[in-house]
Ligand binder design. Sequence first.
Ligand SMILES: CC(=O)N[C@H]1[C@@H](OP(=O)(O)OP(=O)(O)OC[C@H]2O[C@@H](n3ccc(=O)[nH]c3=O)[C@H](O)[C@@H]2O)O[C@H](CO)[C@@H](O)[C@@H]1O[C@H](C)C(=O)N[C@@H](C)C(=O)N[C@H](CCC(=O)O)C(=O)O
Ligand SMILES: Nc1ncnc2c1ncn2[C@@H]1O[C@H](COP(=O)(O)OP(=O)(O)OP(=O)(O)O)[C@@H](O)[C@H]1O
Ligand SMILES: N[C@H](CCC[C@H](N)C(=O)O)C(=O)O
Ligand SMILES: [Mg+2]
Length: 497
Amino acid sequence: MKVTQLIDSLKFKQIYPAITTDFDVTMLTQDTREVQPGAMFIAVNGYHIDGHKLAAQAVEKGAIIVVAQERINVSVPVVYVQNTERAMAILADVFYQAPSQSMRMIGVTGTNGKTTVTHLIEQIYRDQNQATGLMGTMYRKIKDETLPTNNTTSDAITTQRTLAKMHQENVETVAMEVSSIALDLGRVWGIDFDIAVFTNLTRDHLDFHKTMANYIHAKSLLFAQLGNKYTASGTTKVAVLNTDDPVGREFEQYTAAHVLTYGLNPDAMIRAQNIQICSYGTEFDLAVFGEVTHVTMKLIGKFNVYNMLAAFAAAYASGLPSNQIIKSLEKVTGVKGRFQSIPSHTGVRVIVDYSHTPDSLLNALKTIHSFAKQDVYCVIGCGGDRDHGKRAQMAKIAVENSTKPIFTSDNPRTEDPENILCDMIAGVPETKVPVYIDRHEAIQQAIQDAKPGDVVLIAGKGHEDYQLIGCTKHHFDDSEEAAKDLALRPVIDQKLA
Ligand SMILES: CC(=O)N[C@H]1[C@@H](OP(=O)(O)OP(=O)(O)OC[C@H]2O[C@@H](n3ccc(=O)[nH]c3=O)[C@H](O)[C@@H]2O)O[C@H](CO)[C@@H](O)[C@@H]1O[C@H](C)C(=O)N[C@@H](C)C(=O)N[C@H](CCC(=O)O)C(=O)O
Ligand SMILES: Nc1ncnc2c1ncn2[C@@H]1O[C@H](COP(=O)(O)OP(=O)(O)OP(=O)(O)O)[C@@H](O)[C@H]1O
Ligand SMILES: N[C@H](CCC[C@H](N)C(=O)O)C(=O)O
Ligand SMILES: [Mg+2]
């Protein structure tokens, strides 16, 4: 793209020295490690490194123009702006030719349920024979091709590049997880969402946001930024809000878009009633503006009823017929690491779940209690370099809601795992809980000790296939560990268990 076209998109800037010939920009990047000849390098002041200090290095590698918010001394033109992250979002949108405007963009935010809801949405549109895209914690996915990701919501350039590739491949609908951190850092500023979905809000990420008020504010941005687009044809922006959650009610005020509410409360436009949870599925009555259909889904738990309502509402908001949406949702079997049952012929039920917040852990354990008849083991750790305050809370929830809690490690990162475990133990000073720093041993012990009829919940890591110790990822997969340990137990006739 021609440099003038690109920088004309920035309304307020100073260019020094002035650009006299209109040259081509071959790529955009904020990372010197990616720079190729002809690149525009955007200097970002990060948490560890100030990109302005690396601008000269970017130029040496072939960058022909730099965007900066502080004075720098390089041999190529510099576009000075107030905020390079905002400029990056705008430039990325322009460079990749605004792909989000050509596809149905559904953004999903909230503390828990984003990955699950985006997958449900993907399934619904796939069943409509649409080409779909998905971006979130597990991967970026273009139809059937999966690409790795470092973040739940990637930086603006990666996101726009991925959207452009989706558009090239004729993707029609994109389901995208939008994290509070991404909203706070402006990673999604350039994206034109059509539908924004709120799942719920409970404690998480206070290491980053510091207060719940800041956290709520960050989440609200998705709805505030939705803007409005009222057209005669009826294609408009919609905020899909869980109004059982007071934060969802609060967000009604922040958006100028149409609002579609869901929940169990009688005022919700899309509502679930008469929920029955069993060990291999959930049934409920779905009322859509009062019209009731009985739904039988394979997903387990009340929290998954909420996820289903959220996905249903998003699809309904885009105009799909209720009966077709329900058909898709009834056949969904679940997402890896989300209340995932590990095949077992031992009478012991093992469930791997990505509950790494107090609320999600409580929900997972409550769901198990609705069908468990004997002991419930709960193998749980808390992540390093993350909110310290949630550790004691999660430990207490594990102790109060399982008969056999076991504390262990979950991605200690740069912290000493013993210190993390001490923070957990401080939450249950009266109780003696077995502790295994090595997660492998913790899982082994739980599965070895369990009796037929018991349930073992392995919480916190879900789909993750690594244990992050220091800055190194070691292969580790809860479901693989569980399968190995189950294989060492005698096979028993399930009917006798
Ligand atoms: C705290 C945070 O959000 N950090 C993000 C941030 O990293 P950073 O500020 O540390 O970057 P940095 O290393 O200081 O580098 C600053 C700048 O210099 C550049 N650089 C750096 C090194 C170099 O050699 N050359 C170079 O040009 C970098 O590209 C960057 O532009 O920018 C990176 C690139 O966009 C992100 O990948 C990184 O996310 C890290 C991995 C992270 O862990 N983030 C978490 C907290 C996060 O964002 N989580 C949310 C929520 C998850 C959920 O709830 O599901 C998420 O959306 O993932
Ligand atoms: N609607 C919900 N309400 C409460 N808890 C939920 C809900 N949906 C899922 N959970 C719990 O949260 C865990 C994570 O679910 P999921 O991955 O869908 O959420 P997420 O919002 O994408 O999380 P992350 O912020 O880590 O990306 C699940 O394993 C389950 O225990
Ligand atoms: N998106 C979350 C995932 C946490 C997963 C858990 N296994 C941990 O490492 O704490 C985070 O980065 O805080
Ligand atoms: Mg997620």
